[in-house]
Design a binder for this molecule. Structure first.
Ligand SMILES: Nc1ncnc2c1ncn2[C@@H]1O[C@H](COP(=O)(O)OP(=O)(O)OP(=O)(O)O)[C@@H](O)[C@H]1O
Length: 457
């Protein structure tokens, strides 16, 4: 089938101005992993409320650390994984209720470029068979000769010259860069409109990465493609993307034009990621101390409030501090103080494993509750995080001390300065469906003035 005849179908009442892909509050939760002792465990919120549109012809980047949900989101957009909630429209077609059988006519329009060529290419098939396979699946070749002709044409487009010399060879005979060109040829052979490229150059040597990315941009222009590019690498995103979404624990913290985000990032996480890449331009420091602390948390137990708050250097009292943050802050303090101080404080606070840790409180068992409460009040503000700013109450009782923390809302994205940003530093806007946040007193927060972010002072 020619490209024009594919475009002539009448499957959807497509409005020329409508986005090619429209994503609203998309969620993909996996069943909980359970524990050794049984029980289902909390669901893994791999994708948790993502919203964005992709216009025809654009390159939209999904950027984030390992575990942020990029791959799950990419696969959910193609319904290779069934999202568990939200809305997903492609060319105006509501994809959410479609069964795999109903999706089949659309599959040839939706391409996927994999990261690992070895996983994407069947080593037992010749290049003609492997790259031509999708044509057979979708009935897009008239006969074998037509299939070989189409494969040869696509090999030519992806720079494997002369194409005839590749047809009857096997993928393993090719170099890494050539194999990735094959993967691209296979993804584009059905002439898709929307292509999701999942870390398309991450497995390649530095020396060939730029050439493969340039090829992808060239093919985009020639074949009228729209890309969603998944990458953990901001330099790749900067080179390729028109717009970028910064993903953190299943949701965007900031998204908008690539230039806007690179030139003037607003979210502390975006700023930290950008500070981590060495850039040649004058005025941008190669590495600073603003890198996020620690690792991305478990998506089955996302932090309350803003999910980034435990790692955020700008976090303040309304960012969602909870009991485990207080315990972690004490742990960190004890790695920083001298041995004598550690021994004294351990004797007073007791082993942290003995503390009863809840979302909105921590109870420390203690034989001298008054002394411990006084120490906590005095040292709390000096802990190596802002957790104590959220403490509402330190109560000495018989046998222990209870520290209570105020619940705070999960931020919802706001529009400002040419991008969406989900951060309380820009005003308190709570996500209505953030059901893991506890029960913040939204009424009390209505007139709250957040502090000025440190970089604006
Ligand atoms: N099938 C699954 N069942 C349960 N949890 C899953 C499943 N697939 C992914 N996850 C979890 O979902 C979260 C997001 O994973 P995902 O692979 O989408 O992130 P990613 O940003 O693509 O990371 P990476 O770059 O390492 O691939 C992780 O916590 C991961 O462990």
């Amino acid at each position: 089938m020619s490209e024009s005849s594919q475009n002539d179908d009448n499957r959807a009442p497509s409005d020329a101005d409508a986005p090619l892909l429209s994503v609203e509050n998309l969620q993909t939760h996996f069943p909980g992993r359970g524990s050794l002792f049984g029980g289902a465990g909390d669901p893994v919120r791999a994708v948790d409320g993502v919203s964005f549109d992709v216009a025809k012809g654009e390159v939209f980047g999904l950027v984030g650390e390992s575990g942020s949900g990029k791959t799950t989101l990419g696969r959910s957009l193609l319904k290779l994984i069934q999202p568990t909630g939200g809305h997903l429209h492609y060319r105006g077609i509501d994809l959410m209720p479609l069964s795999e059988k109903q999706m089949r006519p659309l599959r040839s329009e939706l391409g996927l470029i994999f990261q690992d060529p070895n996983a994407a290419l069947n080593p037992a098939m010749t290049i003609a068979e492997g790259v031509g396979h999708p044509l057979r699946i979708h009935g897009l070749a008239e006969n074998r000769a037509d299939e070989r002709r189409q494969v040869a044409e696509m090999l030519d487009r992806v720079g494997l010259h002369p194409p005839g010399s590749f047809l009857d060879r096997y993928p393993e005979e090719l170099s890494g860069g050539q194999k990735q060109r094959l993967v691209i040829a296979r993804a584009l052979i059905t002439r898709p409109r929307l292509v999701i490229a999942d870390e398309p150059v991450a497995a390649l040597d530095m020396s060939v990465r730029a050439r493969v990315l340039e090829l992808m941009l060239e093919l985009k222009r020639e074949l009228d493609l729209t890309y969603i590019l998944i990458t953990h690498d901001l330099a790749t995103a900067r080179f390729m993307c028109d717009r970028i979404g910064i993903l953190y624990l299943g949701n965007f913290v900031e998204w908008g034009g690539a230039k806007t985000l690179f030139d003037d990032p607003k979210h502390p996480y975006t700023r930290a990621l950008l500070d981590a890449i060495p850039l040649p331009e004058a005025g941008r420091r190669a590495r600073t101390k603003r890198l996020p602390r620690g690792e991305i948390p478990d998506a089955a137990r996302p932090p309350a409030g803003c999910r980034f708050h435990p790692r955020c250097r700008e976090a303040f009292e309304l960012c969602g501090w909870e009991g485990r943050d207080l315990v972690e802050a004490l742990e960190r303090r004890w790695t920083e103080v001298d041995a004598d101080t550690f021994e004294q404080e351990l004797a007073l606070v007791g082993k942290l494993a003995d503390a009863e840790v809840g979302r909105d409180r921590v109870r420390f068992p203690s034989g001298d509750a008054d002394k411990l409460a006084a120490w906590l009040k005095e040292q709390g503000p000096n802990l190596p995080s802002r957790v104590f700013s959220a403490v509402t109450d330190v109560t000495a009782e018989r046998g222990g001390v209870t520290v209570r923390l105020r619940a705070a809302p999960e931020p919802v994205a706001q529009w400002g300065a040419g991008r969406h940003v989900a951060c309380h530093l820009y005003g308190i806007h709570a996500r209505a469906d953030g059901d893991h946040v506890g029960e913040p007193d939204l009424e009390a927060l209505r007139d709250y003035q957040p502090p000025t972010p440190s970089w604006q002072q």
